[in-house]
Design a protein around this ligand. Structure first.
Ligand SMILES: O=C(CO)[C@H](O)[C@H](O)COP(=O)(O)O
Length: 221
């Protein structure tokens, strides 16, 4: 298991002041950018041009979460836009192994996401192809939703598979992560935590990142 990393999502930040919003979180490990196409999810955010502009001003590297159809054709554009990590949804990829290899060859960390109802078991043999697995803990599409406890057993099973294979794949959780829920995720084996509304609704987002990190570290014992 890797060290604890906190990756604030800008989904619930002020889109009119994105440069200033990322400047408020220098203590983050990554900035999580939720790319939504209004097809894979019923919400629309931004594309590679906006992400490229954000990458130029962000104090920390970008972690793109692509909630888009046709991930096979579009994911590498986000590596070229300057993202250090690119996550595609397995439900949207026709050839996930080829896609993970393309992301890696283009120079970013390759990551694959599972929606809450998508099981991990069919993808066990694919884990060594990934730098990170993202287990969604809400239905993708919107920030500010309630954490789904039903996803915790899947996080545990994914961590057990990684241990069995002896691989260093990071395990990210995304959706409803807060001071109230982060310990459960860390205990289950997650090491990378996306937090959107918890960070951006705090008076001091950077202090919230430190508080989340401390809770996750404590839960690990
Ligand atoms: O992927 C997402 C939604 O699809 C967001 O990253 C996620 O929901 C973060 O927001 P919050 O922490 O408020 O749940």
């Amino acid at each position: 298991m890797g060290h604890i990393q906190i990756t604030p999502s800008i989904l619930n930040s002020d889109f009119a002041r994105l440069g200033e919003e990322v400047a408020r979180i220098p203590g983050a490990d990554w900035v999580h950018v939720d790319v939504m196409d209004n097809h894979f999810v019923p919400n629309l955010t931004f594309g590679p041009t906006m992400v490229e502009a954000l990458a130029r001003v962000s104090p920390v590297p970008l972690d793109a979460h692509l909630m888009i159809e046709d991930a096979d054709r579009n994911a590498v554009a986000y590596v070229e836009a300057g993202c250090g990590s690119v996550t595609f949804h397995v439900e949207a990829a026709k050839a996930p192994v080829r896609l993970a290899r393309e992301i890696r060859s283009a120079g970013a960390r390759a990551s694959m996401a599972l929606k809450p109802a998508t099981p991990i078991e069919p993808y066990e043999d694919l884990l060594p192809e990934l730098d990170m697995l993202l287990i969604m803990t809400v239905e993708p599409g919107f920030g500010g939703q309630k954490f789904l406890d039903l996803c915790l057993p899947k996080i545990r099973r994914a961590r057990a598979m990684m241990d069995k294979h002896g691989i260093e794949t990071w395990l990210q959780v995304d959706g409803g992560v807060s001071l109230e829920t982060i310990e459960r995720c860390a205990e289950a084996g997650a090491d990378v935590f996306v937090a959107g509304s918890a960070v951006y609704s705090a008076d001091d987002p950077d202090a919230m990142i430190a508080a989340l990190r401390a809770k996750a570290d404590a839960a690990r014992g």
